[in-house]
Design a protein around this ligand. Structure first.
Ligand SMILES: Nc1nc2c([nH]c(=O)n2[C@H]2C[C@H](O)[C@@H](COP(=O)(O)OP(=O)(O)OP(=O)(O)O)O2)c(=O)[nH]1
Length: 160
């Protein structure tokens, strides 16, 4: 039998969560264009995951993260992509600066009961309630044709 080792692609996702609202951005280009999402992207070589989360938040929303807490680890399998994607989800508890529109994202605040799940990745409605409740969580999601969620496993965990 042949075995192939496939490295995961490592990404970050930072969601600013303050006073009953989350800051999301409408993605203007690239993967997930037209969806609302937190801010994030690929971890660069030699960078820690947390440093990448802070850098991407600054690049995409022009704010500087203060305290951030890692809350989720999500793995995405796509039948049309070679590697699984491992996304580390951070809760941004405070920040400096004013969110601004960038080439990639147009930022907007949403109250917790008005999160636009119909314009987000399909897995989001599964894990956001846990994110908002402060739980730590892990999930694995299987997508077909990039956007169709076929199946998943999801758990609230005591540590990540
Ligand atoms: N909410 C949510 N976010 C997701 C899902 N899948 C997924 O990759 N993401 C996040 C992780 C990243 O923050 C972002 C994808 O990263 P990206 O392609 O924009 O990365 P990047 O900015 O480094 O890319 P680039 O500019 O270098 O092309 O989307 C998902 O199913 N739900």
């Amino acid at each position: 039998m042949e075995h192939t080792l496939v490295a995961k692609k490592l990404l970050t996702l930072a969601i600013v969560n303050r006073e009953g609202r989350v800051l999301l951005g409408l993605k203007k280009r690239g993967f997930g264009e037209g969806y609302y999402n937190g801010f994030g992207g690929k971890v660069e070589v030699g960078e820690t995951v947390e440093a990448a989360a802070r850098r991407e938040l600054q690049e995409e929303a022009v704010i500087i993260a203060g305290n951030i807490k890692k809350q989720g680890l999500l793995t995405f399998h796509f039948d049309d992509k070679p590697q699984p994607w491992e996304v580390h989800v951070f809760n941004v508890l405070d920040y400096n600066g004013e969110p601004c529109e960038t080439d990639e994202m147009s930022p907007q605040w949403f109250s917790h009961d008005q999160i636009p799940f119909d314009k987000m990745w399909k897995d989001d409605e599964i894990w956001y309630p846990h994110f908002l409740a402060g739980h730590l969580f892990q999930g694995e999601f299987f997508f077909r044709n990039t956007h169709h969620l076929d199946s998943y496993n999801f758990d609230v965990v005591s540590k990540l």
